[in-house]
Ligand binder design. Structure first.
Ligand SMILES: [Fe+2]
Length: 254
């Protein structure tokens, strides 16, 4: 997997690029199988408060997924994109997030516009769909370049577009409306999305039946986020036996 300068430049400008899935068809099949193997147990497990459930599922899947995150060519790519040799994994997730999204009673299975970060947060996320995320399966929608803009400014713009739909009696709390410059990413398991969650994003509506599973993980430069460290320690108690280098990669030691 050779990342080109053109891809890195596209990432810097627009906040994303796509590359042939580094896991390959075989890797995707293995993750698919493993995910189905653990899903029932994950569903009935209550995790300690504050743990991200998607991260718990990823970590429950164990070494197979950890190894994918640790593949040297992927780490090299992340180091080049972030311009830092000392990177770590600060967040991860596995499963069908569209199920949890609708739990707050919203009318549609759809994620509203938001950014997980901002112009000051450097991060790179790899996202692979285990089921094709096409237009009917809540595809990710990104607003290219918005990772460089002030959060308040983008939020105000999205609010105006939302009001322009003419569907609101009161000021809406969440925005879903199409932005004229958004890109709807139809993610097929054959491709992996490399993007920054500092870029504003939402999803389309899930109208298709069936699963919408994905695996994703984020790399950060030194000092960056370590959201899932406690979940990792809890679900993989053998972490303390890991070599120092591996502990460092997973943000377990600073
Ligand atoms: Fe997000």
């Amino acid at each position: 997997m050779e990342i080109t300068e053109a891809q890195i430049k596209h990432f810097e400008r627009n906040g994303f690029f796509l590359l042939p899935n580094p896991l390959g068809a075989d890797g995707v099949r293995q993750v698919d199988f493993r995910q189905q193997e653990i899903e029932a147990e994950w569903e009935r497990t209550e995790f300690p408060q504050g743990f991200n459930r998607g991260a718990c599922q990823f970590l429950m899947a164990g070494e197979l997924l950890l190894h994918m995150v640790e593949r040297p060519e992927i780490l090299d790519a992340a180091r080049r994109i972030l311009g830092d040799d000392d990177i770590h994994v600060g967040a991860c997730g596995l499963g069908d997030a569209s199920k949890t999204v609708s739990a707050d009673g919203r009318p549609q299975r759809q994620v509203h516009w938001h950014a997980d970060g901002g112009p000051d947060v450097q991060q790179v996320s790899l996202r692979t769909a285990l089921d094709r995320h096409d237009s009917s399966n809540a595809p990710l929608r990104v607003l290219p370049g918005s990772q460089h803009r002030e959060r308040e400014e983008v939020a105000a713009e999205l609010l105006q577009l939302e009001l322009a739909t003419g569907t609101h009696d009161e000021l809406p709390e969440l925005c879903f409306a199409r932005h004229p410059h958004e890109v709807e990413v139809i993610l097929d398991p054959r491709w992996t999305l490399v993007w920054t969650p500092s870029c504003w994003h939402a999803t389309g509506v899930k109208t298709a039946a069936g699963p919408r599973r994905a695996m994703a993980w984020n790399y950060y430069p030194s000092g960056g986020r370590t959201r899932d460290v406690e979940a990792l320690k809890y679900l993989i108690p053998s972490w303390s036996d890991w070599p120092q280098k591996r502990q460092r990669l997973w943000g377990l030691v600073g």
